[in-house]
Design a protein around this ligand. Structure first.
Ligand code: C2E
Ligand code: CA
Ligand code: CA
Length: 754
């Protein structure tokens, strides 16, 4: 037998929309079925009737159970002798059919035939009764208890799902960076939680004005969409406004004033208060999200059916979850801001710049330009004038750049003293960038002149990353720093290839230094009058593991391009001092050792100290050392250069200007520098045998004499050159005719013989 009856009063049933509680009775005893049917007639539990389904173990109970989703109670006899009945059926119901919320009542043979505790617990059996218990009164109580249990479990399950939904949606909402999107997310999630169509709006406080900032509609859905951007005070709906204010006022003072019942003005019923965050009446709910001292918002949502009251605890949980989220979002926002901005100059930083270049690449780079502008000799200024001055200088440059750049062009600080610029090329003529500091900057109320160099790249079409493009501009900038200081240089493809070659050479050079593949050779310098050796010039050599010699003209510029020249130059100086010491010990030492110094080394604030340390470590005095600098030192700030050279000379070290005449120094500059010697470049010496070829050399000799400097000619390859130079009045000389640069052992032999 299998039958179904709705045990209801037809009149009451018609008035109620709520579905009946489904109760399944499985019993082989017809009397039990009859008893329950009679006892259920007209019974209503929690405003809902019962719908009974009757079957015996002989029926296909398992198929029936599989089709049930909303079964409130199962009343089953445990005394059946039928195969598949009893405990096996309980197991099927709970585990295979998945009916976990359904309340199970067992019918036992007699009051004493009780299932053991383990069975009761394992199958979550609510109750057990004998046939005699099934009188109408007692059945009513059994059914009520079971239905109530089922109802509670259903409510619990629904809350759990809603909470899960809130937690999931919260995580998704954290992704929203802008507040309007976040607010829209909140009202969408709220509508989903309440199961109502989204007629809602959210008013968000303007935090820039602090706690007193006004609330404005930042998100609105459904028929409220037209209210977007309106100040909250201007909302036309009095009921809504009243609830929103109530939510705000109560929450804002929640700590001082515990929630008071609301005294409703006019005809409106008093709002129902749920915790501190939710206020409602029959039309809708107002929720407070956030915290008064931080970012906050109030949300209004219309309720379609006042009869379906929202679960207050869930709504509170919603408010608490989203308040935490809003706070975390604020923290994330602050983190993001600090991760993407440079606090010193209040500009976006390198990470942000690269990201924006990447976005620009995605959108299309037609007509766009990326420029890097670098302050020349910033570190020297920083060292000399102090870091506080340096900081002010950076701010002043940032400000000057911001002034000249039109709106729509991005400016960022991408390196310690480097600024990045991204914008349409026609809006930023590259020469304008170094030119913008033509007028001195004002720092500490005094004018300060700086020079800036710019490398730029016109963004190519095609997929490249922001990082790559910044690298290209960096290559152009480095080259401009080397060859076009104070000017701008556009990136060209060949620069990239050369940069790559240089990078390879640089990494090999690093290894070479570690593997001691670098060493010095020494070229004697003589008095042209007497032929006596007056000094040695130390020249670096790099012999690779396979015996190949890499010329210094190749690797020195690469080392200068990176900071590698600093340790390399230091090593050369130390080796040269050590050799001179050894020669002194052998009684073969000339008066001094000349060491070549790169402009990068001179710029290094630790240079003077390093020189003194190398001398004293080898027991040498300052006058044992000569430093050869080139005319390229003109790029250094005069003050820095003069103070370094003066300090060295005060220590006894002499200074020679190398390759004289090949650079771009002005004579007035030469006059101002504290120097001891001029070295005539070998190209002028090699021109000596050409008709009128000696003019430059002669002029340099005269100039040196006039300035009270000694003059040394390099590149003397024959006796004629020697004689010509000597005739001109040149004091000293070096060259292949006198001696080739030699390794230490050869040098010792050469010195011993001469
Ligand atoms: P430099 O300082 O002008 O060095 C003189 C160069 O002329 C050396 O070339 C030397 O070998 C070469 N030379 C000497 N006598 C003659 C000659 O009679 N005829 C000709 N044609 N050449 C002669 P090298 O050793 O190849 O050095 C090239 C450059 O590399 C140097 O030019 C210097 O600027 C740089 N350099 C070498 N060693 C160092 C170093 O330790 N530090 C720095 N910063 N630069 C170095
Ligand atoms: Ca030299
Ligand atoms: Ca030279």
């Amino acid at each position: 037998m299998m039958s179904s009856t709705t045990a209801t009063d037809p009149l009451r049933c018609a008035s109620s929309q709520l579905p009946a509680w489904r109760v399944l009775v499985i019993d082989d005893d017809p009397e039990v079925h009859d008893g329950i049917r009679d006892a259920s007639a007209g019974l209503r539990l929690f405003d809902r009737p019962l719908e009974l389904v009757h079957c015996t173990h002989g029926d296909n109970v398992r198929a029936l159970l599989l089709g049930e989703a909303d079964l409130a109670v199962v009343m089953m006899d445990l005394v059946s002798q039928h195969a598949g009945g009893g405990l096996a059926l309980l197991d099927f119901m709970r585990h295979t059919a998945g009916l976990r919320k359904t309340r199970l009542v067992l019918r036992t043979e007699a009051p004493h035939c009780v299932p053991d505790l383990d069975t009761l617990l394992r199958y979550d059996i609510s109750d057990y009764h004998s046939k005699t218990d099934l009188t109408p009164d007692r059945w009513g109580a059994i059914a009520a208890r079971s239905v109530q249990g089922y109802q509670r479990l259903c409510a619990f399950e629904a809350s759990r799902r809603s909470m899960e939904a809130i937690v999931c949606s919260s995580t998704a909402l954290l992704e929203h960076t802008d507040l309007s999107a976040f607010a829209t997310g909140v009202i969408t999630q709220l509508a989903a939680l309440l199961g109502v169509p989204g007629q809602a709006l959210a008013c968000v406080r303007d935090t820039t004005a602090g706690p007193s900032g006004t609330y404005r509609v930042q998100a609105a859905t459904g028929r409220f969409a037209g209210l977007l951007d309106l100040p909250m005070a201007a909302l036309p709906d009095a009921t809504m406004l009243r609830l929103l204010h109530r939510a705000l006022d109560t929450r804002g003072n929640a700590l001082d004033n515990p929630v008071q019942p609301f005294a409703a003005p006019g005809v409106l019923p008093p709002p129902r208060c749920c915790g501190d965050n939710v206020f409602g009446d029959d039309r809708g709910l107002a929720l407070y999200i956030g915290s008064p001292g931080d970012q906050d918002m109030v949300v209004f949502i219309e309720l379609a059916d006042p009869a379906i009251g929202p679960d207050r605890q869930l709504l509170d949980f919603f408010c608490v979850s989203f308040s935490t989220l809003l706070r975390n979002r604020g923290l994330l926002e602050r983190l993001r801001r600090s991760a993407y901005s440079d606090p010193l100059v209040s500009l976006p930083n390198r990470a942000y710049f690269i990201e924006k270049v990447g976005e620009c690449v995605q959108r299309g780079t037609e007509g766009m330009m990326l420029a890097l502008v670098d302050i020349d000799d910033f570190s020297a200024t920083n060292e000399m004038m102090g870091h506080r001055f340096g900081d002010r200088l950076l701010s002043a440059v940032a400000q000057r750049l911001a002034e000249v750049l039109p709106a729509g062009v991005m400016l960022a600080r991408v390196g310690p003293d480097t600024f990045g610029i991204l914008g349409p090329a026609h809006m930023v003529p590259p020469q304008q960038l170094p030119d913008c500091v033509r007028d001195p900057l004002t720092i500490n109320d005094t004018p300060h002149k700086v020079s800036m160099t710019c490398g730029y790249v016109l963004l190519p079409q095609g997929a490249r990353t922001g990082d790559d493009l910044v690298k290209d501009a960096t290559i152009a900038l480095k080259r401009a720093k080397r060859d076009h200081r104070g000017q701008q240089l556009q990136y060209a493809a060949h620069m990239g290839a050369e940069a790559k070659e240089r990078a390879v050479l640089l990494s090999e050079l690093r290894k070479a230094i570690e593997n001691a593949e670098l060493f010095l050779v020494y070229q004697p310098q003589v008095d042209l009058e007497t032929g006596n050796v007056i000094g040695l010039e130390a020249l670096l050599r790099w012999r690779t593991a396979d015996g190949r010699l890499v010329p210094p003209d190749q690797f020195i510029p690469v080392a200068e391009h990176s900071s590698l020249i600093l340790p390399l130059g230091q090593r050369a100086l130390e080796m040269a001092c050590q050799t001179l010491r050894e020669l002194q010990m052998a009684g073969l030492a000339p008066a001094r050792m000349a060491v070549n110094v790169s402009v990068v080394q001179l710029r290094d604030p630790g240079f003077f100290g390093m020189v003194c340390a190398a001398l004293s470590a080898n027991g040498l005095a300052g006058h044992h050392l000569e430093l050869e600098i080139t005319e390229s030192v003109v790029v250094l700030p005069t003050q820095l250069l003069q103070s370094t050279l003066n300090a060295l000379r005060a220590h006894g070290v002499t200074i020679a200007i190398d390759d004289f005449g090949t650079g771009y120094s002005s004579l007035s500059y030469l006059e101002r520098l504290p120097l001891d010697r001029i070295k005539i470049d070998r190209t002028f010496v090699q021109q000596l045998d050409a008709p009128h070829g000696g003019r430059v050399a002669e002029m340099v000799v005269q100039l040196g004499r006039k300035l009270g400097l000694q003059v040394l000619a390099e590149g003397i390859e024959n006796a004629a050159a020697w004689q010509a130079l000597q005739a001109m009045g040149c004091h000293h000389g070096q060259g292949y005719h006198i001696a080739y640069p030699m390794e230490k052992t050869d040098l010792l032999r050469w010195l011993a013989q001469s």
